[in-house]
Design a protein around this ligand. Structure first.
Ligand code: AMP
Length: 281
């Protein structure tokens, strides 16, 4: 596996490869890799000739300095995992390499997509995500880019972005990878104490409970039950648990046959903010 730290060097390499007509698959990450990230690398390997993974903790997408400062870092272990799974190129830029003129970000009108769920609780977050992914795409110039459904709204935002800028890049969504007990894998899970880890499990349990009981009880009753249960745990503080269209994240109050629907939640577990979702139908 080749490792690049400079975008200019990687771009040159990608250009040469593109002339050889190799298809490039790209998996952007913030590192501290786990099986969720690796599943995207695997998907990219199946669909593309050459796989590039980036590791960059993007300062412009964090709303809280504290979250940015404490974001886990495991660069050596990450590189080993990527090497082992057969990733071809690892790109690990510095902040200056991505933002040579300082931490700029533009503001985008995503319409309702930018206002609901994460958009309403993390103002400016998706502007930062678009900024960094736009810059990474310009460097890597991939044919396909792979994003996890764990960050479901982010995937929708990236699809919006490639359509808005008319980028010839296919966006592929990969399914959520969970621990054996159901907790969605996340780099942030590393920050949970053993006791918090037990509490965090109640979040995925709530989603599975809703999926199982939705036909009998309906969403509003289940939502209330889940919030009551979660709020009993002093480690947990729920921000939202909402039903929305799995296509455009439009809020859904009553299910109709034509909707593809998911349930989306965000909660603090101690100081760690976690998100998860499940597609109902
Ligand atoms: P991150 O490093 O958290 O920015 O995530 C990088 C990519 O991995 C994003 O596209 C995430 O949606 C995806 N990802 C993170 N956790 C999971 C998971 N548990 N299952 C599948 N994809 C994931």
């Amino acid at each position: 596996m080749k490792i690049f730290h400079k975008g200019t060097e990687l771009s040159e390499n990608c250009k040469a490869l593109n002339e050889g007509r190799q298809s490039i698959g790209f998996v952007p990450t913030m590192g501290s890799l786990h099986k969720g990230h690796l599943s995207l690398i695997q998907l990219a390997k199946e669909q593309c000739d050459l796989v590039i993974c980036s590791i960059f903790i993007n300062p412009t997408q964090f709303n809280k300095e504290e979250d940015f400062q404490h974001y886990p870092k495991n660069v050596e272990r990450d590189a080993e995992m990527l090497q082992k799974i057969g990733c071809d190129i690892l790109y690990m830029p510095s902040v200056d390499d991505i933002y040579p003129n300082g931490l700029e970000k533009k503001s985008y009108d995503l319409g309702q997509l930018g206002e609901v769920l994460e958009g309403s609780f993390r103002p400016g977050h998706f502007d930062g995500v678009i900024e960094v992914v736009y810059r990474l795409f310009a460097i890597v110039n991939p044919d396909k880019a792979f994003f996890g459904m764990k960050d479901f709204q982010q995937l929708a935002v990236i699809r919006w972005m490639v359509s808005y800028f008319d980028m010839p890049i296919e966006i592929i969504g990969g399914p959520i990878v969970r621990d054996l007990d159901g907790l969605a894998l996340s780099s942030r899970n590393e920050r949970l104490s053993p006791e918090e880890r037990k509490s965090a499990l109640k979040l995925s349990k709530a989603l599975f409970y809703i999926k199982k009981n939705y036909p009998k009880k309906g969403f509003n009753v289940l939502r209330k039950e889940c919030i009551e249960e979660i709020e009993k745990d002093p480690n947990l503080d729920i921000e939202y648990i909402e039903m929305a269209s799995a296509l455009d994240l439009r809020p859904i109050k009553e299910y109709s046959e034509s909707d593809t629907v998911g349930v989306f939640l965000a909660a603090y577990c101690g100081a760690v903010r976690l998100i998860d979702n499940i597609v109902l139908f």
